[in-house]
Design a protein. Structure first.
Length: 330
């Protein structure tokens, strides 16, 4: 049997046409290219602009770096594998042990970075008088190290069959968690439920606090200056700076975007497994994660004036240098 016949049979068995597979492959690769460019642009701005490294800037850069590595390395590999399988190539199942383990470690590290950002904004908005200590470099670097320790500790054991295994189905890698094992349940909770709870709780508290502050501002209560911060009369507390509030709103939008695109696949898997078992649904649900990673920088540009100003300054500098080089060549 030649490869074209094999490809046709695989398409029929997987409930996918050649057009569907081509569209899926084009969408995934197109999103990874766009995501790589957008995420790299944020990293470049953070590198050249010192102001973007202040406060939660390093944590944001780390989150963007995780998405960049996924878009530039992990997703293309995990996109090529099912396509190769559909074309008739026999892929060793052991590939997932290495390929998918690296991807899931990066994914979990990124998820916990979102959690750390939630805690960072929680302190910035609710306890601004203590934020200077919480945003110290040592604590920020410790958070980043903690994210990778969590990612490695819950995913590497899976590669050795402790908490489950990395399996392959139609060229797609996926994780089989041993729900009977107590460590398997613990790994699943630490990878998903715990960081999601932290992110959701942080967002809820921040929204309540911002609503609380807006209420007092609408009543036109004049704050007093206390050590560079604003303090409302009596027991209302210290008002965080407008810049910190703007960053908090930006990150809340990023969190909402995160849940919007990360939730469909787990919900379908847990609530409607028969729907998720349909090959076409299963394949396209894998695109949602890439959409989240690719377009998350758009939120930073749309809601973060510092990023827009830094991008404008960088483009202006590059245009000026290009103009100088062009004038010299005349």
């Amino acid at each position: 049997m030649n490869r074209s016949q094999n490809f046709s049979e695989r398409i029929i068995s997987n409930d996918l046409s050649f057009t569907s597979i081509a569209a899926w492959f084009g969408a995934r690769i197109g999103l990874t290219v766009l995501g790589s460019i957008l995420n790299f642009s944020i990293l470049l701005l953070v590198y050249v602009n010192k102001r973007l490294r202040a406060g939660s800037g390093i944590l944001i850069a780390h989150l963007v770096a995780c998405d960049f590595v996924s878009c530039f390395v992990h997703v293309p590999i995990n996109t090529a594998m099912p396509l190769a399988h559909a074309l008739g190539y026999n892929l060793p199942r052991e590939m997932c042990t290495y390929v998918y383990c690296a991807y899931t470690v990066t994914f979990v590290a990124g998820t916990w970075t979102e959690s750390c950002l939630g805690l960072n904004r929680f302190v910035a908005v609710c306890f601004p008088q203590h934020y200077r200590y919480f945003a110290a470099k040592k604590i920020t670097h410790g958070m980043i190290l903690f994210c990778w320790v969590i990612g490695l500790s819950v995913q590497v054991p899976t590669a050795f069959g402790v908490t489950g295994s990395f399996a392959m189905s139609n060229g797609h890698c996926h994780t089989k968690i041993d729900v009977v094992s107590s460590y398997g349940v613990f790994a699943l909770a630490v990878s998903t439920y715990v960081p999601y709870t932290i992110i959701g709780s942080s967002c809820g508290i921040i929204l309540l606090q911002t609503t609380f502050l807006k209420f007092y501002r609408k009543r036109k209560i004049q704050p007093r200056s206390v050590m560079g911060e604003e303090r409302l009369p009596k027991t209302v507390g210290i008002i965080p700076s407008e810049r910190r509030m703007a960053v908090a709103r930006m990150l809340i939008a990023s969190f909402v975007w995160y849940f919007l695109w990360n939730s469909p696949a787990p919900i379908l898997t847990s609530r409607w497994p028969k729907v998720m078992a349909i090959q076409s649904v299963n394949w396209w649900m894998r695109v949602t994660l890439v959409v989240r990673m690719a377009f998350n920088p758009v939120i930073f540009y749309a809601m973060g004036s510092d990023y827009r100003e830094a991008l404008t300054a960088l483009l202006g500098m590059l245009a000026a240098r290009h103009g100088q080089i062009f004038s010299r060549t005349k």
